[in-house]
Design a protein around this ligand. Structure first.
Ligand SMILES: *Cc1c(COP(=O)(O)O)cnc(C)c1O
Length: 387
């Protein structure tokens, strides 16, 4: 974004918070286990270009994204020595692009393996692939019954298929409710791993764990962990935090949130008692009410469900959203802040003074998961790097 015109709100990414989180994760994994930083969903809304450069500067050298387009953004933005892995399914055109650019990618079924082989032949260049197996998530992955077929295809085409990884995804490792299902998945995965181990010349990385996986099933992290939400400073859910806190006898969250969301007041006024605020009848003033208008609405990812519900921080105080969230604006009751004025900084997510609004408190009101709220932050809001 080269324009001098600024967006009406901005996201700040804290470098020191990210460093803290990466160190925490790598420490938990140990030196030998590769941390693959999962930056799909526009780096969980943090912005691929901005976030990945910071993560690279913190020492991360392996990144997982969803589509070829995200991988292309990464390649265009970041110089250096790193590995990119695409977790999604690729079309023929995308595979050719990935092979040409040395980008690794998932193989989710036999036909995607055959497609990779064709593309590699055409280019006379080997495809660097991760074989994803179906172990019980029932989403994507090669069926266990095709294991021998896969191995023979690979053995016949060793110059064209470079097996970088053998992997699966656990179906809900963040909740103990899924314990049996996960245990069954791991059993299947171990069988697959054992079979690959008999092909001694193949040296894939074995990987199954996401953030919840490394917290709940550290014995089954194998060679690499694909970590998303933890690096941004959030536990996958409350259950994983409580589990971690009890196990390590801590009370405070060891992670720091990387992102804050801020804007400025664009208007203030005093509305006399007995008036409605904004559209319709959602908010009625029983007393003279001082209001502030903020240039943020649902078009920028501020959920309409936060109408009459949301909180923001102004001058170190927690203030209420009143009335409905509009497409581009919302209204705050600042009756208790006689000195608040146009231009004052407002925190939508993050800290101000000793107050903090977390994504999770926010997403409880709006019924969105941390993951969803972050991933829906618009691409085009300005990102600023702070210490
Ligand atoms: C999103 C994703 C992850 C990361 O999940 P987190 O819970 O954010 O750590 C790991 N692996 C795959 C295949 C994913 O799609």
């Amino acid at each position: 974004m080269q324009s001098k015109l600024k967006t009406t709100s901005w996201l700040e990414l804290s470098k020191s918070a990210l460093k803290n989180n990466i160190d925490f994760i790598q420490n938990m994994l140990g030196e030998k286990t590769i941390l693959s930083s999962v930056v799909k969903g526009n780096a969980y809304g943090h912005d691929i270009e901005t976030y990945c450069q910071l993560a690279y500067d913190c020492g991360v050298r392996h990144f997982s994204l969803y589509g070829a387009q995200e991988a292309e953004r990464f390649l265009n933005a970041i110089n250096g020595d790193y590995t990119l892995l695409i977790l999604g399914n690729l079309t023929k055109t995308e595979m050719i692009w990935a092979i040409e650019n040395g980008v690794e990618f998932y193989i989710i079924n036999i036909s995607s393996l055959e497609r990779a082989l064709k593309c590699a032949k055409k280019l006379s260049k080997s495809a660097k692939i991760h074989l994803e197996f179906e172990t019980g998530m029932n989403r994507t992955g090669i069926d266990f019954s095709r294991l021998e077929k896969v191995i023979s295809l690979i053995k016949e085409n060793e110059n064209l298929l470079e097996i970088k990884g053998v992997c699966t995804h656990l179906a809900g490792s963040e909740s103990v409710t899924n314990f049996k299902r996960i245990a069954d998945q791991i059993k299947v995965f171990k069988k697959i791993k054992k079979r690959f181990a008999t092909e001694e010349h193949l040296k894939p990385l074995y990987h199954v764990a996401c953030s919840a996986g490394i917290l709940r099933y550290p014995k089954y992290v194998f060679d690499m962990a694909r970590v998303g939400i933890l690096q941004y400073g959030y536990f996958p859910n409350n259950e994983t935090f409580i589990y971690y806190a009890l196990k390590n006898k801590i009370q405070e969250n060891p992670l720091k949130r990387v992102i804050s969301w801020k804007t400025n007041i664009i208007e203030t006024k005093i509305v006399k008692a007995g008036e409605f605020i904004g559209y319709g009848t959602a908010f009625y003033t029983n007393i003279p009410t001082k209001i502030a208008i903020l240039p943020v609405g649902y078009a920028f990812g501020y959920a309409r469900g936060l109408s009459n519900q949301g909180k923001v921080l102004i001058n170190g105080n927690r203030e209420d959203v009143i009335g409905t969230i509009n497409m581009n604006m919302l209204t705050i009751d600042i009756t208790n802040l006689p000195n608040a004025k146009i231009g004052d900084e407002v925190v939508l997510i993050g800290k101000q003074g000793d107050q903090e609004l977390t994504v999770s408190s926010f997403s409880e009101f709006s019924n969105q998961l941390n993951y969803e709220l972050l991933a829906r932050l618009p691409m085009d809001i300005e990102r600023r790097i702070v210490d």
